[in-house]
Design a protein around this ligand. Sequence first.
Ligand code: AMP
Ligand code: MN
Ligand code: MN
Ligand code: MN
Length: 278
Amino acid sequence: MIVDFHTHSSASDGALSPEQLLKRAVDAGVQHFAITDHDTLAGYLQVRESPSAKRVGLVPGVELSCRWAKSTIHIVGLNFDPDAPEMTSMVEQLSRVRRKRAKTIADRLAGVGIPNALEGAVAVAASSQIGRPHFAQWMVDAGVVTGMNQAFDRYLGNGKVGDVKAYWPSLADVTEVIVASGGEAIMAHPLKYRLTGVKLRAMLTDFVASGGTGLEVLNGRQIDADRRRLVTLASSLGLKVSVGSDFHKDLTYGAPVGVAVDSLNLDNSVWQTWLASK
Ligand code: AMP
Ligand code: MN
Ligand code: MN
Ligand code: MN
Protein backbone atom coordinates (compact mmCIF):
# COMPACT_ATOMS: atom_id res chain seq x y z
CA MET A 1 0.00 0.00 0.00
CA ILE A 2 1.09 3.55 -0.76
CA VAL A 3 0.18 6.44 1.55
CA ASP A 4 1.43 9.98 2.25
CA PHE A 5 0.44 12.05 5.27
CA HIS A 6 2.82 14.98 4.91
CA THR A 7 2.87 17.14 1.73
CA HIS A 8 2.85 20.84 0.83
CA SER A 9 1.02 22.73 -1.92
CA SER A 10 1.33 26.31 -3.14
CA ALA A 11 -1.14 27.28 -0.41
CA SER A 12 1.97 27.36 1.81
CA ASP A 13 5.54 26.77 0.59
CA GLY A 14 5.05 24.00 -1.99
CA ALA A 15 5.60 24.44 -5.72
CA LEU A 16 2.51 22.59 -7.00
CA SER A 17 -1.07 23.78 -6.84
CA PRO A 18 -3.32 21.62 -4.64
CA GLU A 19 -4.85 20.05 -7.78
CA GLN A 20 -1.40 19.32 -9.29
CA LEU A 21 -0.33 17.78 -5.99
CA LEU A 22 -3.38 15.51 -5.98
CA LYS A 23 -2.53 14.46 -9.53
CA ARG A 24 0.94 13.45 -8.36
CA ALA A 25 -0.67 11.34 -5.67
CA VAL A 26 -3.02 9.72 -8.19
CA ASP A 27 -0.08 8.94 -10.51
CA ALA A 28 1.90 7.47 -7.60
CA GLY A 29 -1.00 5.14 -6.71
CA VAL A 30 -1.54 6.71 -3.30
CA GLN A 31 -4.48 5.24 -1.37
CA HIS A 32 -4.48 7.51 1.70
CA PHE A 33 -3.33 11.09 1.39
CA ALA A 34 -3.13 14.42 3.20
CA ILE A 35 -2.13 17.90 2.11
CA THR A 36 -0.48 19.34 5.22
CA ASP A 37 0.29 22.96 4.41
CA HIS A 38 1.91 25.16 7.04
CA ASP A 39 -0.79 26.81 9.15
CA THR A 40 -3.50 26.87 6.48
CA LEU A 41 -6.35 24.65 5.26
CA ALA A 42 -6.79 26.65 2.03
CA GLY A 43 -5.20 24.02 -0.24
CA TYR A 44 -7.21 21.17 1.25
CA LEU A 45 -10.46 23.16 1.12
CA GLN A 46 -9.87 24.03 -2.53
CA VAL A 47 -9.72 20.39 -3.68
CA ARG A 48 -11.65 18.38 -1.11
CA GLU A 49 -14.62 17.85 -3.44
CA SER A 50 -12.54 17.06 -6.53
CA PRO A 51 -12.70 13.56 -8.09
CA SER A 52 -8.96 13.05 -7.47
CA ALA A 53 -9.49 13.69 -3.76
CA LYS A 54 -11.69 10.61 -3.58
CA ARG A 55 -9.26 8.53 -5.65
CA VAL A 56 -6.36 9.20 -3.26
CA GLY A 57 -8.40 8.91 -0.07
CA LEU A 58 -7.80 12.54 0.88
CA VAL A 59 -8.25 13.29 4.58
CA PRO A 60 -8.09 16.78 6.12
CA GLY A 61 -4.53 17.77 7.01
CA VAL A 62 -2.39 20.65 8.26
CA GLU A 63 1.09 21.24 9.71
CA LEU A 64 0.83 23.65 12.64
CA SER A 65 3.77 25.70 13.96
CA CYS A 66 4.25 25.99 17.71
CA ARG A 67 6.93 26.35 20.35
CA TRP A 68 8.27 24.15 23.09
CA ALA A 69 11.00 25.58 25.32
CA LYS A 70 13.28 27.37 22.85
CA SER A 71 12.42 25.22 19.85
CA THR A 72 9.96 25.70 17.00
CA ILE A 73 8.01 22.46 16.66
CA HIS A 74 5.68 21.25 13.89
CA ILE A 75 2.57 19.20 14.63
CA VAL A 76 0.73 17.50 11.77
CA GLY A 77 -3.04 17.34 12.25
CA LEU A 78 -4.90 14.61 10.35
CA ASN A 79 -8.51 13.64 9.80
CA PHE A 80 -9.99 16.45 11.94
CA ASP A 81 -13.21 18.33 11.26
CA PRO A 82 -12.00 21.16 8.98
CA ASP A 83 -14.99 23.27 9.98
CA ALA A 84 -14.42 22.89 13.74
CA PRO A 85 -14.35 26.40 15.28
CA GLU A 86 -11.23 25.57 17.34
CA MET A 87 -9.31 24.69 14.17
CA THR A 88 -10.66 27.63 12.15
CA SER A 89 -9.64 30.12 14.81
CA MET A 90 -6.21 28.50 15.29
CA VAL A 91 -5.32 28.81 11.59
CA GLU A 92 -6.64 32.41 11.60
CA GLN A 93 -4.42 33.14 14.61
CA LEU A 94 -1.44 31.52 12.90
CA SER A 95 -2.02 33.56 9.72
CA ARG A 96 -1.89 36.74 11.79
CA VAL A 97 1.21 35.47 13.57
CA ARG A 98 2.89 34.76 10.24
CA ARG A 99 2.13 38.24 8.90
CA LYS A 100 3.48 39.87 12.05
CA ARG A 101 6.52 37.60 12.02
CA ALA A 102 7.18 38.45 8.36
CA LYS A 103 7.37 42.12 9.32
CA THR A 104 9.84 41.34 12.13
CA ILE A 105 11.96 39.20 9.80
CA ALA A 106 12.08 42.09 7.31
CA ASP A 107 12.97 44.62 10.04
CA ARG A 108 15.80 42.38 11.18
CA LEU A 109 17.07 41.89 7.63
CA ALA A 110 16.98 45.67 7.15
CA GLY A 111 19.10 45.88 10.28
CA VAL A 112 21.83 43.84 8.60
CA GLY A 113 21.70 45.87 5.41
CA ILE A 114 19.00 44.06 3.42
CA PRO A 115 16.10 46.51 2.90
CA ASN A 116 12.68 45.97 1.27
CA ALA A 117 12.41 42.29 2.16
CA LEU A 118 8.78 42.50 3.29
CA GLU A 119 7.55 43.85 -0.06
CA GLY A 120 9.73 41.28 -1.80
CA ALA A 121 8.60 38.26 0.19
CA VAL A 122 4.93 39.31 0.10
CA ALA A 123 5.13 39.52 -3.69
CA VAL A 124 6.68 36.04 -3.91
CA ALA A 125 4.12 34.56 -1.51
CA ALA A 126 1.16 36.15 -3.34
CA SER A 127 -1.87 34.39 -1.83
CA SER A 128 0.19 31.66 -0.08
CA GLN A 129 0.68 31.49 3.67
CA ILE A 130 3.90 33.52 4.02
CA GLY A 131 7.03 31.91 5.45
CA ARG A 132 10.81 31.96 5.37
CA PRO A 133 11.01 30.15 2.00
CA HIS A 134 9.32 33.19 0.38
CA PHE A 135 11.98 35.45 1.91
CA ALA A 136 14.65 33.04 0.69
CA GLN A 137 13.24 33.04 -2.85
CA TRP A 138 13.13 36.84 -2.90
CA MET A 139 16.74 36.99 -1.68
CA VAL A 140 17.75 34.68 -4.54
CA ASP A 141 15.77 36.73 -7.10
CA ALA A 142 17.22 39.98 -5.74
CA GLY A 143 20.76 38.61 -5.97
CA VAL A 144 21.37 38.91 -2.21
CA VAL A 145 22.33 35.23 -2.07
CA THR A 146 23.19 32.60 -4.67
CA GLY A 147 20.58 30.04 -3.65
CA MET A 148 17.90 28.98 -1.16
CA ASN A 149 20.42 27.08 0.95
CA GLN A 150 22.66 30.12 1.25
CA ALA A 151 19.65 32.24 2.27
CA PHE A 152 18.91 29.80 5.12
CA ASP A 153 22.56 29.24 6.06
CA ARG A 154 23.30 32.95 6.32
CA TYR A 155 20.06 34.70 7.23
CA LEU A 156 16.97 32.58 7.85
CA GLY A 157 18.00 29.25 9.35
CA ASN A 158 18.01 28.15 12.97
CA GLY A 159 19.59 30.81 15.20
CA LYS A 160 20.21 33.27 12.34
CA VAL A 161 18.96 36.88 12.28
CA GLY A 162 15.74 36.02 10.38
CA ASP A 163 14.79 33.10 12.61
CA VAL A 164 11.88 34.65 14.51
CA LYS A 165 9.96 32.20 16.69
CA ALA A 166 8.66 34.28 19.54
CA TYR A 167 5.05 34.46 18.35
CA TRP A 168 4.09 30.81 17.91
CA PRO A 169 1.43 29.33 20.21
CA SER A 170 2.51 26.63 22.66
CA LEU A 171 2.87 22.95 21.79
CA ALA A 172 0.07 22.19 24.26
CA ASP A 173 -2.37 24.71 22.70
CA VAL A 174 -1.82 23.49 19.15
CA THR A 175 -2.06 19.81 20.11
CA GLU A 176 -5.26 20.41 22.07
CA VAL A 177 -6.87 22.21 19.13
CA ILE A 178 -6.25 19.27 16.78
CA VAL A 179 -7.62 16.81 19.33
CA ALA A 180 -10.65 19.03 20.09
CA SER A 181 -11.35 19.14 16.34
CA GLY A 182 -11.58 15.35 16.33
CA GLY A 183 -8.22 14.67 14.66
CA GLU A 184 -4.97 12.85 15.21
CA ALA A 185 -2.10 15.06 16.41
CA ILE A 186 1.17 13.76 14.95
CA MET A 187 4.62 14.96 16.03
CA ALA A 188 6.28 15.86 12.70
CA HIS A 189 9.92 14.92 11.92
CA PRO A 190 11.00 14.38 15.56
CA LEU A 191 14.70 14.15 14.68
CA LYS A 192 14.82 17.51 12.88
CA TYR A 193 14.67 19.59 16.06
CA ARG A 194 18.16 18.52 17.07
CA LEU A 195 17.08 17.93 20.65
CA THR A 196 19.17 15.69 22.89
CA GLY A 197 17.63 12.29 23.64
CA VAL A 198 16.58 13.53 27.09
CA LYS A 199 14.93 16.70 25.74
CA LEU A 200 13.21 14.84 22.92
CA ARG A 201 11.65 12.49 25.46
CA ALA A 202 10.62 15.43 27.67
CA MET A 203 9.04 17.17 24.67
CA LEU A 204 7.18 14.02 23.62
CA THR A 205 5.98 13.45 27.19
CA ASP A 206 4.45 16.96 27.18
CA PHE A 207 2.99 16.22 23.73
CA VAL A 208 1.31 13.04 24.99
CA ALA A 209 0.03 14.87 28.09
CA SER A 210 -1.66 17.39 25.77
CA GLY A 211 -3.42 14.63 23.84
CA GLY A 212 -0.87 13.94 21.09
CA THR A 213 -1.65 10.61 19.40
CA GLY A 214 1.08 9.94 16.84
CA LEU A 215 4.73 10.11 15.87
CA GLU A 216 6.02 10.60 12.33
CA VAL A 217 8.52 7.77 12.05
CA LEU A 218 9.40 8.46 8.42
CA ASN A 219 9.79 11.93 6.90
CA GLY A 220 11.10 12.28 3.37
CA ARG A 221 14.45 10.68 2.68
CA GLN A 222 15.59 8.99 5.82
CA ILE A 223 17.82 6.10 6.83
CA ASP A 224 16.23 2.86 8.08
CA ALA A 225 17.97 3.12 11.46
CA ASP A 226 16.16 6.40 12.22
CA ARG A 227 12.80 4.84 11.42
CA ARG A 228 13.51 1.86 13.67
CA ARG A 229 14.57 4.13 16.50
CA LEU A 230 11.40 6.19 16.12
CA VAL A 231 9.14 3.14 15.91
CA THR A 232 10.59 1.96 19.23
CA LEU A 233 10.13 5.42 20.73
CA ALA A 234 6.50 5.57 19.51
CA SER A 235 5.67 2.22 21.01
CA SER A 236 7.29 3.12 24.35
CA LEU A 237 5.10 6.24 24.51
CA GLY A 238 1.91 4.52 23.29
CA LEU A 239 1.85 6.64 20.12
CA LYS A 240 0.57 5.52 16.72
CA VAL A 241 2.94 5.93 13.77
CA SER A 242 2.58 8.09 10.66
CA VAL A 243 4.70 8.58 7.53
CA GLY A 244 5.07 11.23 4.85
CA SER A 245 7.27 12.51 2.04
CA ASP A 246 7.17 16.16 3.24
CA PHE A 247 7.10 16.89 -0.50
CA HIS A 248 7.51 20.59 -1.40
CA LYS A 249 8.88 20.38 -4.96
CA ASP A 250 10.90 18.13 -7.24
CA LEU A 251 14.46 17.93 -5.99
CA THR A 252 17.25 15.64 -7.16
CA TYR A 253 17.74 14.28 -3.65
CA GLY A 254 14.23 14.87 -2.35
CA ALA A 255 11.49 12.31 -1.74
CA PRO A 256 8.73 12.04 -4.33
CA VAL A 257 5.04 11.94 -3.36
CA GLY A 258 3.96 8.56 -1.92
CA VAL A 259 5.45 6.21 0.67
CA ALA A 260 5.30 2.43 0.13
CA VAL A 261 4.59 1.04 3.57
CA ASP A 262 4.20 -2.73 3.15
CA SER A 263 7.88 -3.52 3.71
CA LEU A 264 8.26 -1.15 6.66
CA ASN A 265 6.66 -3.44 9.28
CA LEU A 266 4.55 -0.71 10.84
CA ASP A 267 1.84 -1.79 13.25
CA ASN A 268 -0.34 0.63 15.11
CA SER A 269 -0.43 3.12 12.25
CA VAL A 270 -2.84 6.05 12.10
CA TRP A 271 -4.35 4.88 8.81
CA GLN A 272 -5.11 1.36 10.16
CA THR A 273 -7.72 2.90 12.44
CA TRP A 274 -9.41 4.63 9.50
CA LEU A 275 -9.39 1.47 7.39
CA ALA A 276 -11.06 -0.43 10.19
CA SER A 277 -13.80 2.20 10.52
CA LYS A 278 -14.63 2.25 6.78
P1 AMP B 1 8.67 28.74 8.21
O1 AMP B 1 7.46 27.86 8.04
O2 AMP B 1 8.44 30.14 7.77
O3 AMP B 1 9.25 28.67 9.60
O4 AMP B 1 9.78 28.18 7.21
C1 AMP B 1 10.21 26.84 7.39
C2 AMP B 1 10.24 26.12 6.05
O5 AMP B 1 11.42 26.50 5.37
C3 AMP B 1 10.32 24.62 6.18
O6 AMP B 1 9.03 24.07 6.21
C4 AMP B 1 11.05 24.22 4.93
O7 AMP B 1 10.12 24.01 3.89
C5 AMP B 1 11.88 25.43 4.58
N1 AMP B 1 13.32 25.27 4.88
C6 AMP B 1 13.88 25.11 6.10
N2 AMP B 1 15.23 25.04 5.98
C7 AMP B 1 15.52 25.16 4.67
C8 AMP B 1 16.73 25.16 3.90
N3 AMP B 1 17.94 25.06 4.48
N4 AMP B 1 16.64 25.30 2.57
C9 AMP B 1 15.44 25.42 1.97
N5 AMP B 1 14.26 25.42 2.65
C10 AMP B 1 14.29 25.29 3.97
MN1 MN C 1 7.94 23.89 4.40
MN1 MN D 1 7.96 20.76 9.19
MN1 MN E 1 6.31 19.89 6.20
